[in-house]
Ligand binder design. Sequence first.
Ligand code: ASP
Ligand code: MG
Length: 413
Amino acid sequence: MALIVQKFGGTSVGSPERIKNVAQRVARFHAQGHQMVVVVSAMSGETNRLIALAKEVQANPDPRELDVVISTGEQVTIGLLAMALKDLGVDARSYTGGQVRISTDSAYTKARILHIDDGAMRADLNKGRVVIVAGFQGVDDAGNITTLGRGGSDTTGVALAAALKADECQIYTDVDGVYSTDPRVVPEARKLDRITFEEMLELASSGSKVLQIRSVEFAGKYKVRLRVLSSFMEDPGEGTLITFEEDQDMEQAVISGIAFNRDEAKITVLGVPDKPGIAYQILGPVADANIDVDLIIQNVGRDGTTDFSFTVHRNEFQKALKVLNETVKPHIGAREVIGDDKIAKVAVVGVGMRSHVGVASTVFRTLAEEGINIQMISTSEIKISVVVDDKYMELAVRVLHRAFGLDGEPKAA
Ligand code: ASP
Ligand code: MG
């Protein structure tokens, strides 16, 4: 007998039929004697609908009230799932985040979980009840409803698993696991049986949408055993297990996965005086405007000046340009600020990079052979990211996937 937390995403609870299917799956585990805690998202499309509704009333919705509105989607699904379970003769009880007492800070629309009270859940579990908890929401010290950011139900699931010291947290979704890359871009992409926590973190931060990045951080911090599975397969098999040890299997591929995104834009400040403190003078005001910076490149100076490039989220591109043109450019005497939002970032990830040389050169050669220009490069111990022209993104992902032997069967390292 185990204590299992299962999380079902929006598509998995997207209709009354699907909610009944989820109830059946949960009931099967319960019948095997497991203690079950179930976290659900809002029905698919519902959170988007609620956000749009709020914007119709107030163009720039008040964050506190927005959370009051958008947290309701999950409240509907917990009630419906509890009903479906009761209909199957399983004793179940639904809880909102506030009822459990999932305590968060007060950062509306992107709150962080601070503490989870496991008392009510434990009492129910001890009575043999299935506990159903609304994902994506919590409550601050003053009792205000908060939400955890888009995709936040994953984080609720992992956080509950951590608080309850669950044996496993299973994330049920519309794919049957974590793939070597998005199968919509590369049909030959393979499902991974295992992936290390570090790799998952790099993939999630580089554009893989399978798990919300915060949920992966949480799993790492509290060593939660995490598994991604399909909610649409009668027998979803083993899905993908996120492990904390590297696979000892010698056949393991050097690269586990390739992630990509079009979420960023590039900004270049031209003709910057090449002297100490300049990076700070450029990026300080950007940080003060609450704009996150990702990749940064500073060129070798010549004639006392240099060029400085970095990327920001595309949503903050205009705001960043404004800060640079109005504050930074006149202050440091830069020649010009230019920007490009038609870029994409492609990241090759694998713990095998630690023990294999030549991964970077394979990336560069493969892209060169296709005539794809690399605009920026950044590396970590287990990741190489490149920024390329938006229109070459899919090609870059396909050729890299093939070059690293990820198509079909994994190539022996
Ligand atoms: N319903 C929320 C969203 O759409 C949370 C989630 O699904 O994880 O972002
Ligand atoms: Mg999700």
